[in-house]
Structure formats: structure tokens, C-alpha cells
Design a protein around this ligand. Structure first.
Ligand code: 5GP
Ligand code: MG
Ligand code: MG
Length: 190
């Protein structure tokens, strides 16, 4: 069994500075849940939330519980564009939806929207639209607008943040810290 220090010592020296508290996250989630409940109040079609693995798993789990109307959820996995600067065609859907989206109102749930390249070049939205979803919109926990390289229309956003590398509440640094109940900023020590 690895000790925690063995795992984190393999990474560059760093620390995680608390940024958005558990209370702030939960408070904002209640507002988002209310807003989604309101927006789909008179819609009599199934509402399907699609989480992008793995970062959005915890956000989605809490978000569905803040929505007071029937809701379904599913997950997709998208390959990362890694260090590539030229991206077109390099992002793929690794795990597809389990069930049909035809006739459903779909909300794609992402942990964080940064450059926008993953969503754009996975063609996830186009793909879901082509399968005759009634509508497709995007919900992100965090948005870093200053980093955007391609425009993405975000309908629901938890917090707009500056350009920090964040972890916790589902988000990782080399697969670590996803289990933090709050969001922290990773500071690499020189
Ligand atoms: P994008 O393609 O919009 O640049 O970013 C896509 C994905 O990169 C995000 O959904 C997220 O998984 C990851 N990412 C971007 N910024 C951060 C960050 O600050 N922290 C972590 N942990 N992941 C990030
Ligand atoms: Mg993500
Ligand atoms: Mg990651």
C-alpha cells in the first residue's frame, strides 16, 4: 500500500490553498438547482443530465439532488487533447451514453470550462443534437473565461474564476485531490 506521502512526493512540490468552501459550493448548487427546476417547469419531456467523467461526477451527484423535478443522468468520457496545440480530430468520445437521447432535454455537465477545446472538438453537443435530443445546453461548475480559445455557450455556471489551476470536488492533479469536499488552488513551489 502506498502511503499518501509516497504518492504526492512523486509530484512536483506543491500545496493546495483553499479557494471555494464546501458551504459556498453547496449554496451555489441550491441556486443552480432552483434555476434548472424553474427553467424546465413547463417542459413535459424527460430531462437528462450528462456528466463528463471523471471531473464532473461529484458535481453532478450533488446537482441532481438540488433539482426538484424528475431527472435522469448518464456519463460520457472524452479523451484529453493533452499537450497538443493543434487539436482538431484529436479528441474522442471514449465512453458513450448508455441510453437514447431522442426527445429529451439534455444538459451537459462539466467540472470546468477552460479553453473550450475539449467540448468543441469532441463534437459532444453536435453528436447529441444529431441523435434528436429536444435541446442541448451546458452547465459548468467553474468557468475560466480568460482562457477561452473557442466560443462555447454556457447556460448554467457555478463560479467564474481567474486563471488558477484548481483541484477538489471531483477535479484532480495527477488523479489526486478529487475527494476534497472544497475547491483549492494548486501552488507549485519553486
Ligand atoms: P478545456 O478543454 O475547456 O480547456 O478543458 C477541459 C478539461 O480540462 C476540464 O473539463 C477539466 O477536466 C480540465 N481542466 C481545465 N482546467 C482545469 C483546472 O484548473 N484544474 C483541473 N483539475 N482540471 C482542469
Ligand atoms: Mg472535465
Ligand atoms: Mg484532469
Amino acid at each position: 500500500m502506498n502511503r499518501m506521502s509516497d504518492i504526492t512526493e512523486a509530484l512536483p512540490p506543491h500545496r493546495v490553498v483553499p479557494f471555494i468552501t464546501e458551504e459556498q459550493i453547496q449554496h451555489r448548487l441550491q441556486q443552480l438547482g432552483k434555476q434548472i427546476t424553474e427553467d424546465y417547469r413547463d417542459v413535459h419531456r424527460p430531462l437528462l443530465l450528462v456528466g463528463v467523467l471523471k471531473g464532473a461526477a461529484i458535481f453532478l451527484a450533488d446537482l441532481v439532488r438540488s433539482i426538484s423535478r424528475p431527472v435522469e443522468f448518464d456519463f460520457v468520457a472524452i479523451s484529453s487533447y493533452g499537450k497538443a496545440t493543434h487539436t482538431s480530430g484529436e479528441v474522442r468520445i471514449l465512453k458513450d451514453l448508455d441510453a437514447s437521447v431522442a426527445g429529451k432535454d439534455v444538459i451537459i455537465v462539466e467540472d470546468i470550462l477552460d479553453t473550450g477545446l475539449t467540448l468543441r472538438f469532441s463534437y459532444l453537443m453536435e453528436n447529441i443534437r444529431n441523435r434528436h435530443a429536444a435541446s442541448v445546453s451546458v452547465c459548468v461548475l467553474l468557468d475560466k473565461p480568460s482562457r477561452r480559445r473557442v466560443p462555447i455557450e454556457v447556460r448554467y455556471c457555478g463560479f467564474r474564476i481567474d486563471n488558477h489551476f484548481v483541484v477538489g470536488y471531483g477535479m484532480d492533479y495527477a488523479e489526486q485531490y478529487r475527494n476534497l469536499p472544497y475547491i483549492g488552488i494548486v501552488e507549485i513551489s519553486e
